[in-house]
Design a protein around this ligand. Structure first.
Ligand code: HMG
Length: 384
């Protein structure tokens, strides 16, 4: 039985900052940010947006009354939890009018959460071929004003419908993974911003990729020539390129050059948005599918990395007609129809929050789903 992604949707907030303006405000050479880090724009979530509202926006792009009734599992992968106890997936079931006969929960393991969800969804569909699973990656990447990580912030959500009718991507059974307790990046429960040992985190990311690639080749007798493209978790677009550099000299120069070309197609959207944390690999997948010359039956290798750390390297096959099953127009307009804001406005938004007893004027909301109010310390959401 084939299992994989039947539909995939994407949402990012309606406002962004220009990375050159950020560099100027931080007295940095803009080339460091645009070339050294590899970003152009950074998404800025509104005060009423969070992991729940963004997940609802991305999911809404791929759900309809037919497929909703087939869903038996709802997983939200996030490290931007809105509650220490209640799962973001539960708010989602209500906002999206999903049936009650579903298992709905949240997974946390930094940027690996959605991949954990995807593999769990694959097993779920294998056991229940007539059911579908909704897996949503949703995060706000935050390091703080004037920190080295600030240029790698971002926000957004990717929603995937996993089923036995994969119309976009078939997941193979070829996967290798590893876990190790590492202090490269963490966010204690008291903090809204992450702590990172930046250069160390880059090193661990690369080490995990090299280890898993060696293991993948050995276990499945694979070579780079088996893959049309290698897609990476993209915290900033230079990062995947750094991991790919480890292949230079180990594979033919021709193949290496081709993989680099494919990589450029996979980072096009990431340059515009920034780090989505657990959604980044999957935004890279969307970007690749929509901006490359990839063909049905082409094989892709996907590298998922979540600090802390878990890595997984797995393969997938592109399905005939994949573009007809992605709402290209909706995704393009999510990226193109945004408003640039100044660095000082971004700094104001950064420190803004909705407190207990406060509510949001729906007139100020640009999307469909929003945090309506916090009442008795409970977050209450609404759809426009
Ligand atoms: P930094 O110290 O400000 O930057 O922090 P740098 O000095 O390392 O410079 C960055 C690059 O710009 C270098 O290139 C410079 O040479 C280049 P590289 O050596 O890396 O190829 N550069 C220039 N290029 C052109 N013109 C110039 C110029 N100047 C310098 N004028 C760092 C960079 C990424 C460490 C920082 O932003 C950070 O801490 N980010 C957050 C952590 C992070 O993203 N880590 C990635 C791996 S871990 C991961 O992916 C997981 C994660 O997503 C979290 C999760 O799992 O939940 C983060």
């Amino acid at each position: 039985m084939d299992i994989g992604i039947e539909k995939i949707g994407f949402y990012t907030p309606k406002q962004y900052i220009d990375i050159v303006e950020l560099a100027q405000a931080r007295n940095q050479d803009p080339d460091k940010f645009t070339i050294g880090i590899g970003q152009d724009k950074q998404a800025v979530p509104a005060v009423y947006e969070d992991a729940v509202t963004m997940a609802a926006e991305a999911s809404n792009q791929i759900l309809d009354s037919d497929n909703k009734s087939d869903i038996g599992l709802v997983i939200v992968g996030t490290e931007s939890s809105v509650d220490e106890s209640k799962a973001a997936a539960l708010y989602l079931t209500e906002l999206l009018n999903l049936p009650e006969n579903v298992r709905a929960f949240e997974i946390k393991e930094a940027c690996y959460g959605a991949t954990a969800g995807l593999q769990m969804a694959k097993n779920f569909v294998a056991a229940h071929p007539d059911k579908k699973a909704l897996v949503v990656a949703s995060d706000i990447a935050r390091y703080g004003i004037n920190t080295p990580g600030e240029v790698t912030q971002g926000a957004g959500s990717v929603a995937m419908l996993i089923s036995s009718e994969p119309k976009v991507l078939k997941l193979t059974d070829q996967t290798v993974y590893m876990s190790r307790n590492v202090g490269d990046f963490w966010r204690p429960t008291f903090s809204k911003t992450a702590f990172a040992r930046g250069k160390f985190s880059n090193q661990i990311y690369i080490e995990f990729f090299e280890t898993l690639w060696a293991r993948y080749q050995k276990e499945f007798g694979a070579t780079a020539d088996d893959f049309k493209a290698m897609l990476y978790h993209i915290p900033y677009t230079k990062m995947g390129a750094k991991a790919m550099r480890t292949l230079d000299g180990k594979i033919s120069a021709e193949k290496y050059a081709q993989l680099q070309t494919e990589y450029q197609a996979s980072i096009k959207f990431g340059r515009e948005v920034g780090n989505l944390y657990t959604g980044s690999l999957y935004l890279g997948l969307i970007s690749y599918l929509l901006n490359s010359d990839v063909k049905p039956d082409d094989n892709l290798l996907l590298f998922s990395y979540g600090s802390g750390a878990v890595g997984e390297l797995y393969s997938a096959e592109v399905v005939d007609g994949f573009k007809d099953n992605i709402n290209v127009q909706a995704i393009k307009s999510v990226i193109d129809d945004r408003e640039k804001i100044s660095i000082s406005d971004y700094e104001k938004i950064f420190s803004d929050s909705i407190e207990d007893g406060q509510s949001v004027d729906p007139e100020t909301v640009t999307g469909k789903f929003y945090l309506k109010e916090i009442k008795e310390n409970e977050r209450l959401y609404s759809a426009k």
